[in-house]
Design a protein around this ligand. Sequence first.
Ligand code: NDP
Ligand code: MG
Length: 399
Amino acid sequence: MAKRIAILGSTGSIGKNALRVIDSLGAGYEVVALSAHSNVELLAEQVRRYRPRFAAITNTNFVEQFRGLVSDLDVEVLAGPDGLTEIAQLEEVDIVLTAVVGAAGLPAVLSAAQAGKTLAIANKEPLVIAGELLMQTIKASGGAILPVDSEHSAIFQAMQAGSREEVSKIILTSSGGPFRKMSPEDIENVTLEQALSHPVWDMGPKITVDSATMMNKALEVIEAHWLFDVAVDKIEILIHPESIVHSLVEFVDGSLIALLGKPDMCLPIQYALTYPARVAGIAEHLQLERIGKLTFERPNRETFRALSLGFEVARTGGTAAVVFNAANEAAVGEFLAGRIKFVRIVELIEHCLNKHNVKRHVSLEELLEADGWARREVEQRAQKHKCTRAHKSVTGIII
Ligand code: NDP
Ligand code: MG
């Protein structure tokens, strides 16, 4: 029987790669549902090509336009965030690939977990803010969670070499992003264009900026903590500019198990879809002699203050992670819109963390409350200390 797949966020970087992977896998994988936020043209094209039975548009302003584009097709159109949670729990779906960006994906991720689906999870923010709840929900429903994030896919695969008790350390690798070699002074005046020029990975704008601040790695520490039930103090970060070793697990006997491969998201996406099987796919095979050497170094914690904040937040737990993530999402939004300088992103996150009173063992409502508070706080402060130098926003409009 074919594996029936829903892709939440099919118009994004991960979503498009997932469709390429499904194309290459051929029969045996059926696209049942797709979603976009506002890119109606691309979603309509995808619906025309993959003929899913369901399509969701989360931004309700675009629903009518989308309906018009697919009116000749036999597809049920669902609208708004509720449409997304609906496709996440469809009876007709086995695997929910979550490729939405940000905390906006949380309700759908939770509803897929409640429905006992297999979650192929790329959307890391819900794990960061509600990891405990999500993992408990999956356990209770009998669902499964398979990481798509390349480092976590590597760890998941390396973990199979021993038992959880035998793990002594997890090493998350990072390319270091575009500002790897910069000092705190150098980083003061970097531009949006520089922040969006990732040396290795081609990804959506939010995660690309997160890689430049290294917030991405900080979020990944919390993601790994929940996914693998590993203490925060057993997680380390190493800079590995070649991005060939996607992460490592050290076992108590000193053995280090690593996963190596070309930096190509198709590989972890495919593994999550075909798991536990491995099949020939579209990812180019690695020829180590062409790489020559692999290098590793410790990150510069002075330039990348997000890293120390991330570990502190991971140790603190509770609503600290919610504020950490929400402040980042809001600040990255301000930066992409050209309203604040790059260095302000982490400053704003730090400000929110300092001002927030952490609560533990919170309900979903309290979690969302903390999320909303941090976003408002960032917007107000960004407004107050608006960047005086005009620079281009991500859409190219000079502000
Ligand atoms: P993109 O920005 O490229 O795509 C985001 C997708 O989410 C699009 O389909 C977009 O729709 C949709 N979307 C945007 N806002 C909302 C919303 N409010 N509600 C519902 N859907 C929304 O992101 P990426 O593909 O780069 O990243 C997706 C997730 O995967 C992130 O959590 C990221 O951290 C993670 N990830 C990504 C990697 C990568 O290589 N890109 C690697 C590892 C993890 P529309 O196109 O209509 O705007
Ligand atoms: Mg990653």
